[in-house]
Design a protein around this ligand. Structure first.
Ligand code: CA
Length: 640
C-alpha cells in the first residue's frame, strides 16, 4: 500500500507541469523528433520550420506548434520520421508580429553561425573511448589554472601545430607535452561556446575575437572546429579535446558568459520570450551591467534554471571540470549558490566578482564582497594583481614590482588567500578593507589574464628604462608571489614564454600578430620556462604553499616585519599535514638592490634564489646572526 502511494506521488509529480521546462529544443529518435520551446504567456503562435541545411534554402516542412496546456509557456510539436541531419528554427508571434527565426535557447547542436538548430544523435558525436573518460581528481587547493585562447595558443607557424587555432590543437602531443612540462593541471579556455563575432562561413580568412558575445550557450563554437557546417564535427572535436586533456590529468574549465548576450533583438532569449531574460531600468531601458549593451536577469526563474541546466549540461555531455563566470557580479548570490549545489563538489567554480556597470537588481549580487556568502565559489583577487603590477585604470602606473611602496598589505592579503588573518592590516589593502573569503580556495591569485596588458607589456609600460634582465627578474618575482599564494594560482597562457601583445591592453579583436604565442620565445628565454616549471613543481610537492584551509593558514603562516617593497613570511611546515619541510621562509624583494631579513640562526636549504627555483635545493646557507640576503628584484625561499 505504501508503495502504491509513492507511485501515485511520483506520477502526480510528473503530471504537474513545471512552470519552467529546463531543457527545450529537440528530442531526437529515429522514428520521430519532439520539439519544444518556451514562450511568454501572450505568445499567439509558434512556427517550427525544418530545413535541409544550416543556412539558406526554403523550409522542407513548416509546423504550427501547440501549447502544452492552455495559457502555459511551453509549446510542442512532434515530427514523424527520421530527421537526423536536418535543421530547425522556431518563430514566435506576439502582437500580430513574428519575432524572427531562431534556434531557441536550448539548441545543443547548430548549423554554421548558429542560426538554426541541428538534429543530431548525440551518441554519434562521442569519440572512441568517451564513455570511459573521467574528470581528473584534483582538490581545489591543488589546482594550477592556465588561461588560454585557442587561437593564441596554436595559430602561429612557430608552434608547428597541425590544427592551428582549433579545439584539436589541444589533442596534439606538442600541446600536451608543453602543458605537462609546465605543470599546470587545469586549462581555462576562453569562451568556447558558439559566439557571434567570428564569421564561420569565412574561416579561410584570419579572424580573431575573444568570444564574449554569446549566441548559443550549449553548443561549441564553430570557428574552432574543422567544419562548422557539419553540426556533429564541433561537438566531436570538443570532446576529443577534453578527452586528450583528461588523459594527461588536466582539467578543462569553461569560461561562461551568461551575464549578457551578443545583442538583444537577434538573441534566442529575446526572440522566444521578449524582455523576460533581461533586466530593465525604471525608465524601461535595458540595464547594462555588463558594459555590452544588456544584462541578463539571473533572479528570474527561467534565467536561473537556464544557467543551472546549461552548466549541468556541460558537465554531463562534455565532462567539463569547472566554470569561470564572466562578470559574476551581474548574477545574484542565490543563483550562484543554486549552481554550486546543482553540480558535483569537485566542479571548480570561480568568477569575476564585479560587474562592468550598475545592475538593475536590488538584491544581493555575486560580487567579491559577497564571496563569504557563496561557499565553494572563488573570485579573482584584483587586490594582489594590482598591488603587484599597478592599478587597473592605468597602464603606466607601477606598483610593488616597479618599486612603489605601500602595496605590501595588499600583497599579504593575496598571500593568505583573502581570508581573515591577524598579520594583515586590512585598512591598508587597496580595494577590500576586509577579508572576503572564508577559505583560501575562494581566491584566485594572479598577476595577468587576457584582460589588460600581459605582464611583459605592463612591466615595460610602467617601469621606466626597464632592461630585459630586469623584465625577467620582475616577471619571475611576480609569478613567485602568485605560485606561493594560499589562493588558487592562475597563469595567462604564454607568460611562461615571456609573451607580449605589443603593448595592446584590450586585444579582444586584435590580429594574430598581437595575440599569438611566439613559440620561438621558448628558445629565446629558456630561463623563464625553467623557473616557472621549478616553481610549479615546488608548489605541487609542498602542501605548505596550498594548505587549503583558513585555520591551517592562520595557524602556520606568520608574516615577518614588513618593509617598503619587501614582504616576507614564515610557514611552520611541521603544522601542515603532509609537509616534509620544517621552517620555511619566503621573501619578495622589489628593490633594485639586495635586502636582508632576519630569521633564526641555522643552516637552511635554498630552493629559490636570484631567479632560480628548484625544490631539490640550489645550495645551503648558514646564517650569521640570522641575517639572510635576498638579491635585488627577486624572491627567496629557504627551509630547514
Ligand atoms: Ca559562432
Amino acid at each position: 500500500m505504501k508503495h502504491f502511494f509513492i507511485l501515485v506521488a511520483i506520477i502526480m509529480a510528473l503530471l504537474v507541469p513545471k512552470t519552467i521546462n529546463a531543457r527545450t529544443g529537440v528530442n531526437y529518435s529515429p522514428s520521430a523528433s519532439a520539439f519544444s520551446v518556451e514562450a511568454n504567456n501572450d505568445a499567439q503562435q509558434v512556427k517550427l520550420r525544418i530545413y535541409k541545411d544550416g543556412l539558406g534554402g526554403k523550409p522542407i516542412k513548416t509546423v504550427n506548434m501547440k501549447r502544452a496546456q492552455a495559457g502555459g509557456t511551453l509549446w510542442q510539436a512532434t515530427v514523424k520520421g527520421d530527421l537526423k541531419g536536418k535543421f530547425y528554427t522556431f518563430d514566435v508571434k506576439y502582437g500580430g508580429k513574428f519575432m524572427g527565426e531562431c534556434a531557441g535557447i536550448w539548441a545543443t547542436a547548430v548549423g554554421v553561425n548558429g542560426k538554426r538548430g541541428a538534429i543530431v544523435d548525440m551518441a554519434d558525436t562521442d569519440p572512441q573511448g568517451w564513455k570511459a573518460d573521467k574528470r581528473p581528481t584534483i582538490a581545489p587547493q591543488d589546482l594550477i589554472l592556465y588561461e588560454m585562447h585557442h587561437r593564441d595558443f596554436s595559430i602561429d607557424d612557430s608552434g608547428d601545430f597541425v590544427h592551428r587555432g582549433k579545439f584539436l590543437a589541444l589533442t596534439e602531443p606538442r600541446a600536451i607535452s608543453h602543458l605537462k612540462a609546465l605543470g599546470v593541471n587545469a586549462v581555462h579556455i576562453l569562451p568556447s561556446f558558439d559566439y557571434a563575432s567570428v564569421d564561420e562561413t569565412r574561416l579561410d580568412e584570419p579572424q580573431y575575437n575573444w568570444g564574449y558575445d554569446p549566441v548559443n550557450y550549449n553548443v561549441p563554437e564553430g570557428g574552432y572546429s574543422t567544419d562548422p557546417y557539419k553540426p556533429e564535427v564541433r561537438i566531436n572535436e570538443f570532446k576529443q579535446m577534453v578527452q586528450a586533456l583528461h588523459k594527461a590529468g588536466i582539467k578543462v574549465i569553461l569560461d561562461v558568459v551568461y551575464n549578457h548576450t551578443w545583442n538583444i533583438d537577434g538573441s534566442n532569449f529575446q526572440r522566444t520570450r521578449p524582455d523576460y531574460y533581461y533586466r530593465k531600468n525604471a525608465d524601461g531601458s535595458y540595464s547594462n551591467g555588463s558594459g555590452c549593451g544588456n544584462e541578463t536577469a539571473s533572479e528570474r526563474e527561467g534565467m536561473r534554471q537556464f544557467m543551472i541546466e546549461s552548466v549541468k549540461y556541460w558537465v554531463e555531455e562534455y565532462h567539463i571540470d569547472g566554470f569561470r563566470f564572466d562578470l559574476m557580479g551581474v548574477h545574484d548570490v542565490e543563483t550562484m549558490n543554486a549552481i554550486r549545489a546543482a553540480v558535483p563538489r569537485d566542479i571548480f567554480i570561480y568568477g569575476e566578482g564585479w560587474s562592468a556597470g550598475s545592475c538593475a537588481y536590488s538584491g544581493e549580487l555575486a560580487m567579491k564582497a559577497n564571496i563569504n556568502k557563496m561557499p565553494g565559489i572563488a573570485a579573482f583577487s584584483d587586490e594582489m594583481r594590482d598591488a603587484l603590477r599597478g592599478p587597473w585604470d592605468s597602464n603606466s602606473k607601477a606598483a610593488f614590482l616597479g618599486g612603489v611602496k605601500g602595496n605590501e598589505e595588499s600583497i599579504k592579503f593575496g598571500i593568505v588567500g583573502a581570508i581573515q588573518h591577524p598579520g594583515v592590516d586590512y585598512s591598508k589593502v587597496n580595494y577590500s578593507k576586509a577579508p572576503y573569503a572564508n577559505e583560501p580556495t575562494q581566491m584566485i591569485a594572479y598577476v595577468s589574464c587576457h584582460d589588460d596588458m600581459c605582464l611583459v607589456d605592463r612591466l615595460k609600460a610602467s617601469v621606466k628604462g626597464i632592461t630585459i634582465d630586469e623584465l625577467i627578474r620582475l616577471d619571475l618575482l611576480a609569478q613567485t608571489v602568485v605560485m606561493t599564494s594560499q589562493g588558487v594560482p592562475f597563469l595567462l597562457s604564454g607568460e611562461e614564454m615571456l609573451r607580449d601583445k605589443k603593448g595592446v591592453h584590450n586585444s579582444y579583436e586584435s590580429p594574430d600578430s598581437i595575440n599569438h604565442l611566439d613559440w620561438g620565445n621558448m628558445e629565446r628565454y629558456p630561463q623563464v620556462m625553467e623557473y616557472y616549471k621549478g616553481l610549479i613543481a615546488m608548489r605541487k610537492a609542498h602542501p605548505a604553499f596550498h594548505m587549503g584551509k583558513a585555520d591551517l593558514v592562520r595557524r602556520n603562516l606568520e608574516f615577518l616585519p614588513t618593509e617598503n617593497c619587501l614582504v616576507a613570511y614564515h610557514i611552520n611546515g611541521h603544522g601542515v599535514p603532509g609537509e616534509t619541510w620544517g621552517d620555511i621562509y619566503v621573501a619578495f624583494n622589489a628593490h633594485k638592490r639586495a635586502r636582508t631579513i632576519q630569521v633564526p640562526e641555522g643552516t637552511y636549504t635554498v630552493v629559490c634564489r636570484n631567479i632560480k627555483c628548484d625544490q631539490a635545493g640550489l645550495t645551503t646557507v648558514t646564517t650569521k646572526g640570522g641575517k639572510v640576503t635576498i638579491p635585488a628584484q627577486s624572491a627567496l625561499i629557504i627551509h630547514n
